[in-house]
Design a protein. Structure first.
Length: 262
């Protein structure tokens, strides 16, 4: 005869006051442990949701900023261009190259670094230049611009030079200045000429921010374009009330990421 086995049901009583060893259960401690454990889970879930929310919002911000910048570039490129010739009886010393000029324009930007993502340069620090559309205009008193044979006096300090520039670049020199505490690759990007940059601190908002704002733009680069008497210069603008009115617009977006295509 086969042996008989008796199977009894094992029941758990969560309301019991003793455990299997006969010791009393610390209900208060157990509750605290469960509450703390639950809080850890809730904090973890909140951090996870917050991280992904931040990541997606950052992606949306960059995409929207890129679209905004692209639309702004298109709008500025479509602005009408005044084809001018420079006429001056006197000259002024340009601040970067020291050349005598009937007119000089300063293109102001800043230099930034980023970590390359391309396979060839992965993980390496790369640098790029980001310029404002506005250029600082400097000229001696009495300088005029000729448009369609008519002379107009200059009375503006900022303008946007057309990228064509009449087929002539007129580029002479650039000035670079970096903060002393910057990363090595930024500090040595170009030779710093801090005294020359200091002399220009109030000619452009970006340079002013470099010196006066704790969170201002850093690592400023200024490119100089010199025009002699009779040279052609193309600027974005219009004629209004018998005077030249240049279009001026500061960049609304400074890119935080750059694609490394090198």
């Amino acid at each position: 005869m086969a042996p008989k086995f008796s199977v009894s049901m094992i029941k758990f009583n969560f309301n019991a006051n003793i455990n299997t060893n006969g010791n009393k259960i610390d209900k208060k401690g157990l509750k605290i442990t469960l509450i703390v454990f639950s809080l850890f889970i809730l904090v973890g879930i909140a951090m996870f949701v917050g991280f992904w929310s931040f990541a997606f919002s950052r992606i949306d911000y960059i995409e929207n900023a890129n679209v905004e910048r692209y639309e702004q570039k298109k709008a500025i490129a479509a602005l009408p261009v005044l084809k001018c010739a420079v006429y001056a009886d006197q000259t002024i010393t340009s601040p970067a190259s020291g050349e005598e000029a009937a007119l000089y324009l300063l293109r102001v930007g800043n230099v930034k670094s980023y970590i390359a993502s391309s396979e060839a340069h992965y993980g390496q620090y790369r640098t790029y230049e980001n310029f404002d559309y506005n250029m600082v205009a400097g000229y001696p008193k009495g300088t005029k611009l000729s448009i369609n044979g008519k002379l107009y006096p200059i009375d503006f300090k900022l303008c946007i030079m057309d990228s064509l520039g009449g087929g002539e670049t007129h580029f002479t020199k650039d000035i670079y200045s970096a903060k002393a505490h910057e990363k090595y690759d930024i500090r040595v990007y170009k030779t710093s000429e801090n005294l020359k940059m200091d002399a220009l601190r109030n000619v452009h908002p970006w340079i002013k921010n470099y010196y006066h704002s704790y969170k201002g733009l850093k690592n400023i680069l200024v490119q100089e374009y010199v025009f002699k008497n009779g040279d052609s210069v193309y600027i974005k603008g219009k004629i209004e009330h018998n005077k030249i009115v240049p279009f001026v617009e500061h960049m609304l977006y400074t890119p935080s990421t750059v694609n490394d295509n090198q």
